[in-house]
Design a protein around this ligand. Sequence first.
Ligand code: SIN
Length: 502
Amino acid sequence: MKEIKQFDVIILGGGLAGIYTALTISSSLHVGLFVKDAIERGSSNLAQGGIAAEVIWDENKIEEHYEDTLRAGSYINDKEATHVLVEEAGKNIERLLSLGVEFDKNADGTLVTTLEGGHRSRRILHAGGDDTGAHIMQNLRDALAQRKNIDVYEDEMAIEILHNNNKALGVIVINQQNEEVYVLGNKIVLATGGIGGIYKKSTNEKIACGDGIAMAHRAGVRIKNMEFVQFHPTGFYIEDQIGKTFLISEAVRGEGGILKNIEGVRFMEKYDKERMELAPRDVVSQAIHREMFDTWSDHVYLDITHKSKDYLVKRFPTIYQHCLDNGIDISKDYIPVAPVEHFLCGGIDTDVCGHTSMENLYAIGECANTGVHGANRLASNSLLECIVFGGRVADEINQQKDTFGKIDVVLPDMVFTHKKYNFKDIRVEIRDVMSKYVFIVRKEEDLLLAKKLLTKHYNNLKKINVFSRYYYETINMVTVALLIIEQALARKESVGCHFRLD
Ligand code: SIN
């Protein structure tokens, strides 16, 4: 007998996009929120810099945010979606405040703002200094705990979308007891985050395996712009360290941090004379990559020693302490940094209301391709994207709630094998291949080699259908890696994060 659950709305993912959407959905609807790990482990919790938003309606300022977003994205952003992003920022920041989120404030009670790369003005709100994501997420989890209509399932992983005639009907979940649960819903929202787990070093947790994107792809949903993987210029460098990398926020450059090569020479002037350290991330990461190559080294430095210790401890408490724990006093020492995987600009293709190419299936946050980032995301626009499009999805669901009813579905007979395989070698190889051949600088021959190596694993994994989180994470990782490679091969020109050496 198959276990079946039914909700009005199913949300997959416990980051900002998932929780904000759940909290914005009417409390008269029954929401099931599924998170494959502990709810505190998502990438939103790690966001340092902040959330870009013009909170006071000023057409010139909003237009400037729009222009900065397009400029960072090499002007291939979706214009309509980008207008929505910047224009609906204020309204959604208000909603966040009403849900109990507390941003850092000046003595007069106004919100403090900072600057990051690619922004022409100080429009980035932050919380807890450089601990914005953790603060926002804690406030929202507190609000979630008060909501009786939302059932949260942690450590329960969705593995397949149930659909019929291009209409989503639910998902299959592996529950905590390692059993199969068929979860049905009138609306299904994918908010499953990014893909950092397919690279050796990422600012994301290793659990970011592109699950939602791979699952949607298996269900025939359109996926776009996967070649635009953003590398953050300043991951904290520790020799031979792999896995989750501590981020040195772009806000450190926003407050005057200077990049220097291993010889102590400032170099950004060679790459972007006008914007220097505050050029968008694609430009800065590619500049650092080149500088590391030219100086035969695997890192550069970020110098913020001209600021006082008092200022640094107050403005960047998390970064200050983390560096100190690793032997670097940032008020006296240069910070060793190197680019690491940070954010996927593309993903499950959506329109401005979060609709995917499948009826009743929405995608929001990092797993979605709303088009707002174009070829490279502007700093601190990712949390903004989560709330603006999550808010839109919730508003639409609220408007349609009277049409919801019991879901009739003939449950598929999935045949699973039950094995304890952990596929460790394959995961290690995926990360090696992606970090070597599908990194900041790309060439056709490297991409073809990566495709060949990973297709072999994909074909082998497809032959078995193991009912386990390990299996699904691994096949999801190979799937998204191949989507990145194929879309990178198809884009012959260099644009934004996609830099073709050939
Ligand atoms: C940062 O603080 O540098 C990260 C913020 C972002 O990814 O937009």
